[in-house]
Ligand binder design. Structure first.
Ligand code: HXC
Ligand code: NAP
Length: 272
């Protein structure tokens, strides 16, 4: 059997798909023929992304919602299903991040990231499940190396993303029975993104990170998009419950450069 990646007549829904990596993922699905829906908090970002997706020739729509608001996510996904039918691919990628030590962050700061990354993913999974094509749908959670590597000034993100990967692995058991696959994609340091701007804010730090990536470069949004195209397609029909690092082997070395820098940086900010 010869298999190709073709998303004609398929629907991909990307939550948190209006900037950075996830927008890159949305655009790649659009370029490969999918109907694409995106969501995030900002109406302007949703509108701008939908316009861009349409300019790529895709049928596209979007809705504004905060993933912490279960009802808003339920209502938005119901609208998408009414317009586009059941989903072939559901990507959950909304996240929040800032460098802060545990001693330097409030309970609310920790809670904010837990609620966006982890509770938000739970909401997207719960609300999306009724609309997933069964059998055949593929769900992708966007995780981070912090899920399995402790990193200074990232306790909130490490805790939240570890939980995201455990939702992925748990649902692969529960939803496998329904013919739904689910995997996590773990981006490494991706060039030109909000995440890198926050965690590697100067050229010098960015270079230290590049030097610590065995493959010798930062990742691109397309690197992550290509992994999502694969995991969303029949090419990966026996892959579920996997946490797939797309990071040029960065995490194999422990991401120590970024951890050291973030610890120093956060302590300086907190003591100033
Ligand atoms: C300490 C901080 C802080 C900081 C915010 N807080 N920034 N604490 N140090 N630098 C605290 C606030 O004081 C507040 O606590 C609490 O966090 C919530 O802040 P709000 O601004 O009220 O929350 P909200 O408006 O909901 O915004 C959420 C956010 C924000 C996470 C704080 O940054 C955001 O919306 N981010 C989305 C975009 C983003 O982060 N993208 C990067 C993803 S990259 P108090 O106690 O004062 O109320 C990523 C991985 C990258 O996830 C990995 C690279 C390798
Ligand atoms: P980004 O540009 O900030 O993207 C985050 C997206 O999520 C935006 O569309 C944002 O739009 C939306 N979002 C944020 N909070 C939300 C909320 N509460 N409810 C709904 N939507 C929300 O970040 P990025 O750097 O590209 O990161 C994207 C994903 O990759 C994240 O899951 C991140 O953890 C992961 N990751 C990134 C890197 C990296 O190098 N950048 C590395 C590892 C993992 P609004 O502002 O409109 O809500």
């Amino acid at each position: 059997m010869s298999l190709t990646i073709d998303y004609q007549n398929k629907t991909a829904v990307i939550i948190g798909g209006t900037s950075g990596i996830n927008r890159g993922v949305a655009e790649l699905f659009a370029r490969h023929g999918a109907r694409v829906a995106v969501a995030s908090r900002s109406e302007d970002k949703v509108e701008d992304t939908v316009t861009a997706l349409k300019a790529l020739g895709a049928e596209a729509m979007g809705f504004a919602a905060d993933v912490r608001d279960q009802q808003a996510i339920e209502e938005g996904l119901a609208q998408v299903q009414s317009a586009f039918g059941d989903f072939d691919v559901l990507v959950s990628g909304a996240a929040g991040n800032f460098p802060a030590t545990v001693n330097g962050m409030s309970s609310n700061a920790f809670r904010s990231v837990l609620e966006i990354d982890l509770l938000g993913t739970f909401h997207v999974m719960k609300a999306g499940f009724p609309y997933l094509k069964k059998p055949g749908a593929s769900v992708i959670n966007i995780s981070a190396p912090q899920a399995y590597l402790p990193m200074e000034a990232q306790a909130h993100v490490c805790s939240a993303k570890a939980g995201v990967d455990m939702i992925t692995r748990t649902l692969s058991l529960e939803w496998g029975r329904e013919g739904v696959r689910i995997n996590s994609v773990v981006p490494g340091p991706i060039d030109g993104t909000e995440g890198m701007d926050r965690l590697a804010p100067t050229e010098a730090v960015k270079q230290r990170v590049v030097d610590s990536v065995p493959i010798g470069r930062l990742g691109t949004k397309d690197d992550i998009g290509h992994a999502c195209l694969f995991l969303g397609s029949e090419l990966s029909s026996y892959i579920s419950g996997v946490v797939l690092a797309v990071d040029g082997a960065w995490s194999q070395g422990g991401c120590g450069e970024m951890s050291n820098f973030l610890g120093q940086f956060a302590r300086q900010m907190e003591n100033s």
